[in-house]
Ligand binder design. Structure first.
Ligand code: UGA
Length: 416
């Protein structure tokens, strides 16, 4: 398999860890008590709290496409070829094997599309494992997704340029033969042979997307490159979009069919429009190819704090992403928690569940901040049989433990 800049790290003490010791997927458990304020500071630095809660836990829209060129009748034993495809890497898994594979992971389910031979392994290798690329896999959502995929037995290649991601998020997988880490910027093409592509790479933090460092190019060129790869190799493709594509919505709650209300020249637009363009590209390919710190510091609330958001715990999101990838559906799905809170309510819940002594500071609002946001998840409930299980009150303490644990792991990695 071709690799670009295979990661070498001076911080690979887990390298010898045998696979059998790989921790199963779950929000990482608290290993030993350590300073809560420190973890809060970590979580919230560079507005990470707002980012995590607003940027991630809100309802997000996900796109999934399937190049139609990969959909052949099950009786067609020819390699599936699209422009630039490499027949030599196209293998044929039989329907029974793939259906079995699916059942091993998910129990009974409809596996029609995959049973048409979408999954691939190199010719001659009858492995049931999937080979999966996760771009942005060293990020917050990405690293949780990678843990889940590895834990269920798949081979995972992470592509990340570490713009906001951290090697520490995946260091526990170093040395695992089923895991590869490639430092690579998705704006450059890459050739890999895989069954599925989860495209998460994106400068997602407000710290980045509200500043000149915002990289529209990543959303456009990066998505084009990953779509091109999916088309070439016939892989199933999933794009993590964002509820920001709905802008300051005039429809509430927001269904997948809502086109949104976005200021195309505002300070947030490089992110909103970048993701909107990425969605456009995904659907074009489908059609065309067929295919913040609060430790004794105030929590910052922008504006009057009456704007609403919906917050989703990361494991619910990861479950939804996998259900979407493993299913047969194409197009946007809202994967979010419909629980709707004002920013002031959120600050109160954070106070109650994390730090009762925290205070609130009001800052002028940023331009174009959406007034309300709440995902309509009817479609995901009906078609994916998916809905979030973890409430904000339940999720917040888990989130703190998760980040505390990451800090502890980092300290251990440094020999502290
Ligand atoms: O909810 C959302 O809106 C966002 O959720 C996640 O983002 P998240 O995990 O919250 O953010 P990060 O922890 O910053 O992860 C993004 C990853 O992409 C990587 N990245 C970023 C930019 C780039 O050019 N290339 C690249 O590999 C970063 O290094 C990082 O590992 C998804 O990865 C985003 O696609 C999505 O927009």
């Amino acid at each position: 398999m071709k690799q670009l800049h295979k990661q070498s790290s001076s911080n690979r003490k887990d390298e010898e860890m045998p696979f059998s010791q790989t921790p199963p997927y779950s929000p990482k458990s608290l290993k030993h008590p350590r300073s809560l304020p420190r973890s809060l500071n970590y979580i919230l630095k560079e507005q990470r709290l707002l980012f995590i809660l607003v940027g991630i836990l809100i309802g997000s829209t996900f796109f999934i496409i399937q190049p139609s060129l990969s959909i052949l009748s099950s009786s067609d034993q020819r390699p599936r070829i699209s422009a630039g495809s490499r027949e030599s890497v196209v293998g044929n898994r039989d329907r029974g094997e793939l259906a079995q594979d699916f059942q091993n992971h998910f129990g009974n389910g409809n596996y029609n599309r995959y049973s048409n031979g979408v999954g691939r392994v190199p010719v001659g290798i009858g492995s049931k494992r999937k080979r999966i690329v996760v771009t942005g896999g060293a990020g917050f959502v990405g690293s949780h997704l990678v843990d889940k995929l590895i834990a269920r037995g798949d081979d995972v290649i992470v592509i990340d340029n570490f713009f906001t991601g951290r090697k520490e998020n995946v260091v526990h997988l170093f040395g695992n033969p089923r895991f590869e880490l490639i430092r690579h910027d998705v704006v450059e093409p890459i050739l890999l042979e895989v069954d599925q592509i989860y495209h998460l790479a994106c400068p997602a933090s407000p710290v980045h997307y509200k500043s000149l460092t915002c990289d529209y190019k990543t959303n456009v060129m990066g998505t084009l490159n990953m779509l091109g790869l999916a088309k070439r190799i016939g892989a199933r493709f999933l794009l993590t979009s964002t509820s920001e594509v709905y802008g300051d919505p005039l429809e509430h709650p927001q269904k997948e069919t809502y086109w949104g209300h976005v200021n195309p020249i505002g300070v947030r637009s490089c992110y909103d429009e970048g993701k909107r363009t990425a969605e456009t590209l995904a659907m074009d390919y489908h059609r065309g190819a067929g295919v913040e710190a609060i430790r004794k510091q105030p929590m910052t609330v922008y504006g009057d704090g009456k704007q609403t958001r919906s917050f989703q715990y990361v494991s619910d999101l990861v479950d939804g992403l996998v259900a979407l990838m493993e299913g047969e559906h194409v197009g946007p799905f809202n994967l979010g928690n419909p629980g709707e809170f004002t920013m002031l309510e959120l600050a109160e819940v954070v106070k109650e569940t994390i730090d009762p002594s925290a205070t609130i500071e009001f800052n002028p609002n940023t331009a174009d901040d959406p007034h309300k946001r709440k995902p309509d998840i009817t479609k995901a409930k009906e078609l994916l049989n998916w809905e979030p299980k973890i409430s904000l009150r339940e999720g917040l303490p888990r989130m703190v433990n998760d980040f505390r644990n990451r800090i502890l792991n980092e300290d251990e990695g440094k020999g502290n």
